[in-house]
Ligand binder design. Structure first.
Ligand SMILES: *Cc1c(COP(=O)(O)O)cnc(C)c1O
Length: 360
């Protein structure tokens, strides 16, 4: 049984080496006589697994000392509520940049908790670009500003970090975390679901500047209260043990590869191969504006829905699976996260070239 190149937007590929390590350790982790799945989360063995995951993640993302890393649950979507519950605490105001579906959902969820304003949107061009904002666009009494750094569905990525002054900047980085070096100190909170670039679904990473802890609304569920989770080292209740274990392995894999910077070079190379082909293709057209193209999610169309469907079907037949675009963009989307080998992108380009030759 051979593995396919899986271009799914999430859950998505994990590095083969990580899967093989997990497989090797599946029934007997490190001489414990049990799987990580079966282990008490309060055991010594698990304690070292979670502590290593914290340490490895902190190292690869270069997280400063004054930031806490939290392992939470409920996916990035639960953070759409957790963020306002924890941070909309002074003036009950927050400003959102809506650059795609997920930031739109975050914006909508936050409205339950206060005065929330959409300060910029790229909806007018089906989210094919990133709105530019300046300090003047932000309400001076906003408790925070929220962005989605990489728009998974539309294949766009912020080409700048908005200057919010003293107002904390909150970023959903679900589909780009660990793909590029990030200056964490520019953000108040970074959050990301695991299943795009980190681990199996189940764990959500939250990175928060320490001074932002401890001011959650009184009616915040304890499971969403960043301070409660921080004070309990992400063990207030049973954490998503196995996902955290795999996250630790993925971070170790990144370290062996030379870290996030080295990974980013590979990612840029992969994206360049695909975009270069698409830019010169007579059949396929990328949909996102050039300056803000994501190197993780590459969206493109033929302009003919039937042909798009045919491309997806034939690609799957050739072992290149899940390249169907999200229905709101149509066409194709190749998600080329960290775990996608360069050979997978080369194979996709070869397939598309051949398809183009046969259909033009
Ligand atoms: C996938 C995704 C989400 C939703 O994540 P869940 O873990 O399914 O809640 C939110 N934001 C972005 C940017 C995503 O890519």
């Amino acid at each position: 049984m051979s593995r396919v190149y899986n271009f799914s937007a999430g859950p998505s590929m994990l590095p083969l080496e990580v899967l093989e390590t997990a497989a090797r350790e599946m029934t007997d982790y490190n001489g414990s006589g049990m799987s990580v799945m079966e282990m008490s989360h309060r055991s010594k063995a698990y304690e070292s697994i979670i502590n290593e995951a914290f340490a490895n993640l902190r190292q690869v993302l270069n997280v400063p000392e004054n930031y806490k890393i939290l392992f939470m649950q409920g996916g990035a979507s639960t953070q759409f509520a957790a963020v306002p519950l924890n941070l909309m605490n002074k003036n009950k105001k927050a400003d959102y940049i809506v650059s795609g579906q997920f930031s739109g959902k975050a914006f909508k969820e936050a409205q339950k908790y206060g005065d929330v304003k959409e300060i910029a949107s790229s909806k007018d061009k089906n989210f094919s670009y990133i709105p530019k904002i300046t300090r003047e666009d932000i309400r001076p009494d906003a408790d925070y500003v929220h962005i989605c750094f990489n728009n998974t569905i539309y294949g766009t990525h912020f080409d700048y970090i908005p200057d919010t002054g003293d107002i904390p900047l909150v970023a959903d980085m679900s589909s780009c975390i660990l793909s590029e070096p990030i200056d964490v100190s520019k953000f108040g909170v970074i959050y990301a679901g695991a299943q795009k670039n980190m681990a199996p679904a189940g764990v959500t990473v939250v990175i928060i500047r320490e001074d932002l802890l401890g001011n959650a609304r009184p009616d915040t569920p304890v499971m969403l209260d960043y301070k409660a989770i921080a004070d309990n080292d992400s063990m207030y209740n049973t954490p998503p043990c196995y996902s955290i274990y795999v996250l630790g392995l993925v971070c170790k894999w990144l370290q062996n590869l030379g870290g996030v910077k080295a990974m980013n070079e590979i990612n840029k190379r992969k994206a360049a191969v695909l975009y270069n082909y698409l830019d010169n293709s007579k059949l396929f057209k990328p949909t996102a504006e050039k300056e803000v193209r994501s190197i993780m999610n590459v969206c493109f169309v033929t302009g003919n829905e039937e042909m798009d469907a045919d491309v997806c079907k034939k690609a799957a037949g050739a072992g290149l699976v899940s390249i169907k675009g999200h229905r709101s963009v149509g066409g194709m989307r190749a998600s080329i996260y960290n775990a996608m080998p360069e050979a997978g992108v080369d194979a996709l380009v070869e397939f598309l070239k051949k398809y183009e030759e046969e259909h033009i």
